[in-house]
Design a protein around this ligand. Structure first.
Ligand code: TYD
Length: 133
């Protein structure tokens, strides 16, 4: 997978005078999801991530505030994507190196993942990532 396989996906939004409602249902994403986790209270100036997943796909949404996802692939191509809308998300296929930075105060990053947590699916060393095959 390369940075060209990244995709922004619109999440359906139902609006009325009581506010907005967005929903992620099976079929919106090109993978079946088994886990949801979220990052919050991230101190300004810190970054998270710095890993790749061998098999898992993820879909990241800025439920509140904003942050930037910097992605790199094994060819060295690099892309930065800023997320700041609760009704769109970034699809990250397997085997892309990602770092999350620039969290605004009060931001919340929700992640929908293709499988349950498995430390064995992580590549946390950048050189291991580049040399993984
Ligand atoms: P880490 O991978 O460092 O978070 P991030 O990639 O967002 O910077 O995870 C922090 C800790 O939380 C680490 O000890 C693993 C644990 N963890 C779980 O137990 N379950 C999970 O679903 C996730 C994502 C992390």
């Amino acid at each position: 997978m390369t940075v060209y396989d990244l995709k922004i996906i619109d999440i359906p939004k139902i609006e009325d005078n009581r506010g907005n409602l967005s929903v992620i249902e099976a079929g919106l994403l090109p993978f079946e999801f088994k886990r949801v986790y979220y990052l919050y209270d991230v101190p300004s100036g810190t970054y998270r991530g710095a890993h790749a997943h061998k098999e898992q796909w993820e879909f990241l949404i800025a439920l509140s505030g904003s942050f930037t996802v910097v992605l790199q692939d094994v060819n060295g191509d690099k892309v930065g994507v800023t997320l700041n809308k609760p009704n769109e998300g970034l699809l990250i296929p397997r085997m892309l190196w990602r770092e999350l930075e620039g969290f605004s105060s009060g931001s919340v990053c929700m992640v929908v993942a293709s499988d349950v947590y498995d430390e064995g699916d992580y590549i946390r060393d950048y050189n291991d990532y580049i040399n993984y095959n």
